[in-house]
Design a protein around this ligand. Structure first.
Ligand code: NAD
Ligand code: IPM
Ligand code: MN
Length: 359
């Protein structure tokens, strides 16, 4: 097949991890006889420096025409002045919104070889396989923001339609898994959460009688996620709760550098990115973990290009690289560590051994 992929490296370690992941994508193309054409565009701080805007019109146009978008990360201390008029993160929020990507899929499946990097006891981690579906284009992130003299506010709003579509997506995904959805809210305090709970209950009852739905308050969810992570299948939640819970969930896998994501809407186009940020503390040193971005490439192959075999093959290759002890510093826990490019090379080597393309 032929596919056009827009690449948005962004800031900090973004360019390092996307470069590594693109090497893997190219290897998949060669192995399976696909032509993946990639075009790089600006977003975030790099775009502000070059054009004054975090999401230049040329970038958005290119994304609209592409089959899929691979993104690194945006942000960094040089653009974080509280008084700044424009911020890198605005570019990311704007592109998610503009492309209508309301469902952010963040799978968490700890790998046995990486358990040593997790602060959680290994017996709690065996068999963990959960998927967080984070609402991505609503809630407090997108409500009116005001700043007055000695006062500030961020409005949190959800419509029934926004809740319905993301809960529906979560239930559909649960059907392909273990058929269980946990909806997370703060319905004991927030009106948006009460609407969320009411809507989730109705959608599950009327449209997904084969799926079981339970509700959990977000504060106790943060605790249960570490105490009994194996019990969760699909977790669906609003934008900010999903953001926070997934960084927490990354510790089940051992590192933020292991969790990929797919941001999807109704169409075929999606944005694929690691859940981590630009990691300014390690940027420019060639030591960032590229596995989350490589696993995001697998999600791109699956969800935007319909290439399930190729997606599985990338996931298997990452898994084999970890089995083989190919750890970046964040995973090493006292063992020898390799750099970003060496990790990509390890995955490509495993691809060549494990993945048998149809000639
Ligand atoms: P971060 O995710 O960038 O980093 C948190 C910690 O995890 C750091 O110690 C970092 O070194 C480590 N880490 C993250 N990714 C890693 C990887 N691939 N390999 C090894 N270690 C890794 O979060 P932060 O420090 O809170 O934020 C830094 C900047 O990133 C901020 O400007 C923030 O807005 C931005 N950010 C962007 C995105 C995105 O673009 N999707 C996501 C989160 C944060
Ligand atoms: C993420 C990030 C973003 C978010 C920021 C950078 C806007 O933390 O993708 O998880 O909060 O959605
Ligand atoms: Mn985040």
């Amino acid at each position: 097949m032929q596919a056009e992929i827009v690449v948005l490296p962004g800031d900090g370690i973004g360019p390092e991890v996307t470069r590594a992941a693109l090497r893997v994508l190219r290897a998949v193309g060669e192995r399976y006889g696909h032509r993946f054409t990639t075009h790089e565009h600006l977003i975030g701080g790099a775009a502000i420096d070059a054009t004054g805007e975090p999401l230049p019109a040329a970038t958005l146009d290119a994304c609209r025409k592409a089959d899929a978008v691979l993104l690194g990360a945006v942000g960094g201390p040089q653009w974080s002045d509280p008084q700044a008029k424009v911020r890198p993160e605005q570019g990311l929020l704007a592109i998610r919104k503009a492309l209508g990507l309301y469902a952010n899929l963040r799978p968490v499946k700890p790998h046995p070889a990486a358990l040593g990097a997790s602060p959680i006891k290994p017996h709690l981690l065996n068999g963990v396989d959960l998927l967080v579906v984070r609402e991505l284009t609503g809630g407090i992130y997108f409500g009116d923001k005001t700043r007055g003299d000695g006062i500030a506010s961020d409005l949190c709003t959800y419509t029934v339609a926004e809740i319905e579509r993301v809960v529906r997506r979560a239930c559909q995904l649960a059907r392909q898994r273990r058929g269980h959805v946990t909806s997370v809210d703060k319905a004991n305090v927030l009106e948006t959460s009460r609407l969320w709970r009411e809507t989730a209950t109705r959608i599950a009852r009327d449209e997904f009688p084969d799926v079981t739905l339970e509700h959990q308050l977000v504060d106790s969810m943060a605790m249960h996620l570490l105490a009994k992570p194996r019990e969760y299948d699909v977790i669906v939640t609003e934008n900010m709760f999903g953001d926070i819970l997934t960084d927490e969930a990354s510790m089940l896998a051992g590192s933020l550098g292991l969790l990929p994501s797919a941001s999807l809407g109704e169409g075929q186009i999606g944005i694929y990115e690691p859940i981590h940020g630009s990691a300014p503390d390690i940027a420019g040193r060639g030591i960032a973990n590229p596995y989350a971005t490589i696993l995001s490439v697998a999600m791109l192959l699956r969800h935007s290009l319909g290439l399930e075999d190729e997606a599985k093959c990338v996931e298997l290759a990452v898994s084999r690289a970890l089995d083989d002890g190919q750890f970046t510093g964040d995973l090493a826990a006292g063992r020898p560590a390799i750099g970003t490019d060496a990790a990509a090379t390890a995955v490509i080597r495993q691809l060549q051994v494990e993945c048998h393309a149809v000639e």
